[in-house]
Design a protein around this ligand. Structure first.
Ligand code: GLV
Length: 318
């Protein structure tokens, strides 16, 4: 009998073709929008494998609805804060994700946000498009550059290190990082410092850590108050930032410029006050959004599903 597989979205074209070649009893959500929770809860009943995205909450309720035959859950994401890992593992369900493959794309976008925020790209584009572009002027739309500045990386994992590599090419003079543990032989020659030191000494701060109980809201008003007026970039998860405190910090000019690829909630409603700041650049969670990376992520996820259905160890296991 073909295994029952639930896939919560249409995949990028090559991975989609590969999916359709499989001998699966497949239910796939066909709309270009998230599968509604009640549909997910209904369709998960009796499935052997779930291919999900970061938009689906995987919790006790969902696992109960699935039933005891569920063998494998694979998320097409590197982040897994949407999954109750303990609940999944305690039921003996295999759990897969997509590390490494999105490092370059996400690091590229993080650098884009850092440069874009520090060089006032949002104001510059608006000025050009809105007819405010006058004759060349010595200080008009000046930002700050990275030469000899201090970069602070919160979370020196794969993405943090890749961001560091890239930003060093822009002349960064010193790299410091904070996180759960020291990485003594990191290739950036970056120095491990307490979070408070990172806040006080960095000219550019990039958030590259996972969202956990420890990192939730770690960028609150107090943290913003300790910064020099630095460039602050978050391409990890919105929940790491206390967003109302960020609004307050922007109002009080505590932060020089901000670049966000992640917010709370997502999508961030167009009426949200964060959009009103000219020095706050917001992108709609597109860190890994290249055709190459998304194909790779979908293929890895499918690989995890296929291994799990054969009771083999997952190639990319949490
Ligand atoms: C994207 O945010 C991911 O976790 O893959």
């Amino acid at each position: 009998m073909s295994p029952k597989v639930l896939v919560t979205r249409i995949l990028p074209p090559q991975a989609q073709s590969r999916l359709l070649e499989q001998d699966f009893d497949l239910y796939q959500w066909q709309e270009d929008a998230c599968i509604p929770r009640h549909v997910l809860l209904e369709k998960i009943k009796g499935v052997d494998a779930l291919f999900c995205l970061l938009t689906e909450k995987i919790d006790q309720e969902l696992l109960d609805a699935a039933g005891p035959q569920l063998k494998v859950i694979a998320t097409m994401s590197v982040g897994y804060d949407h999954i109750d890992v303990q609940a999944v593992k305690s039921r003996g369900i295999l759990l897969g994700y997509t590390p490494d493959v999105l490092t370059d794309a996400t690091a590229d976008l993080t650098v884009l946000l850092a440069l874009g925020a520090s060089r006032r790209i949002k104001e510059s584009i608006c000025a050009a498009e809105d007819g405010q572009w006058g004759k060349w002027a010595p200080t008009w739309l000046c930002g700050s550059q990275f030469t000899n500045k201090t970069l602070g990386i919160v979370g020196l994992g794969r993405i943090g290190e890749a961001v560091g590599d890239r930003l060093k090419a822009f002349g960064i003079g010193r790299v410091i990082y904070s996180g759960r543990s020291e990485k003594p032989r990191n290739r950036l020659g970056a120095e491990f410092v307490p979070f408070q030191t990172l806040l006080a000494e960095s000219d550019v701060i990039v958030v590259c850590c996972a969202l956990t109980k420890d990192t939730e809201n770690m960028f609150n008003y107090e943290a913003f108050s300790r910064m020099k007026k630095s460039v602050f970039v978050n391409s990890a998860r919105g929940g790491i930032v206390h967003q109302d405190d960020l609004v307050r910090a922007l109002k009080e000019n505590l932060v020089g410029a901000v670049g966000l690829d992640v917010t709370t909630p997502e999508p961030l409603p167009p009426t949200h006050p964060l959009y009103t700041f000219p020095n706050c650049l917001i992108l709609p969670h597109v860190g890994s959004a290249t055709f190459e990376t998304r194909e790779n992520m979908a293929n890895m996820t499918l690989g995890n599903i296929l291994a799990g259905l054969k009771n083999e160890p997952l190639p990319y296991s949490i």
